[in-house]
Design a protein around this ligand. Structure first.
Ligand code: CA
Length: 240
């Protein structure tokens, strides 16, 4: 099953929240609704979404205050924020963007426009979540159809292994520490141990099979990398 991007909707008007949620769900997103700043904070403390749709006028703390706080918090600062508001004039637009919002939509908006903007911020922030095919040394991954093949043979991967491979393939030849992988692949590692990465790398290698599995290298003391240049087991020392 493909991982659906989570969208936290912070909106106090149930009719608007419902309209947005229905449209997001129909378009492959996983909406979560919070009707005020307190419940929004609770949702964020539990699991980080991929995008936040944040209403400006909320009971209690305003959307602007929340955007500033989430931007200054290391845990939440990378989550894209789209501000929703009835205020359309330019000063407010600037204030919203200054507070750290990635984009801004004035109410009333079309759901088509909203979806386009959600996809756009996801593309900017996390290109590996959006689709397209990446191919390295016989290994090919198509993110839009969720297919992985090696030498044209279809491989079966679990959702986490798929995300992990997707990240490795988009950042090939680079070494990633366990903590970086938790950040980039799991998105949020507050409650996840680094050992978890080892477990999923092992599963990924098994799913890739004996040959392609060797492309996922363990770099001692550093982490993991995907390489097209598989190191032979006994390599003569050149330029040592
Ligand atoms: Ca409101």
């Amino acid at each position: 099953m493909r991982q659906q991007p989570g969208v936290l909707i912070v909106e106090d008007e149930p009719a608007i929240a419902e309209l947005i949620a229905v449209n997001l769900r129909h378009n492959g997103f996983r909406p979560i609704w919070a009707m005020d700043s307190t419940s929004a904070q609770c949702e964020l403390d539990a699991v980080l979404p991929d995008v936040i749709l944040l209403d400006w006028m909320l009971p209690g703390e305003s959307g602007l205050t929340l955007a500033k706080r989430w931007r200054s918090n290391p845990r939440t600062k990378a989550v894209p924020i789209i501000m929703l508001t009835a205020r359309g004039d330019e000063i407010d637009r600037v204030a919203g963007l200054d507070a750290g919002a990635d984009d801004y939509i004035a109410k009333p908006f079309s759901t088509k426009e909203l979806l386009a903007r959600v996809r756009a911020v996801l593309r900017r922030r996390a290109p590996e979540q959006v689709g397209g095919t990446v191919a390295i040394a016989g290994l090919s991954l198509d993110a839009s159809t969720y297919r992985v093949t090696f030498m044209d043979q279809m491989l079966k991967l679990g959702p986490t292994e798929f995300k992990l491979l997707h990240y490795f393939m988009n950042h090939a030849e680079r070494v990633h520490s366990r903590s970086q992988l938790l950040d980039k692949v799991w998105g949020d590692h507050v409650f996840i141990e680094e050992r978890t990465v080892d477990v999923h790398v092992k599963r990924l290698r098994e799913a890739l099979g004996a040959t392609a599995g060797q492309m996922i290298e363990t770099v001692r003391g550093a982490g993991y990398r995907l390489t097209a240049h598989v190191t032979p087991v006994t390599r003569p020392q050149v330029n040592a």
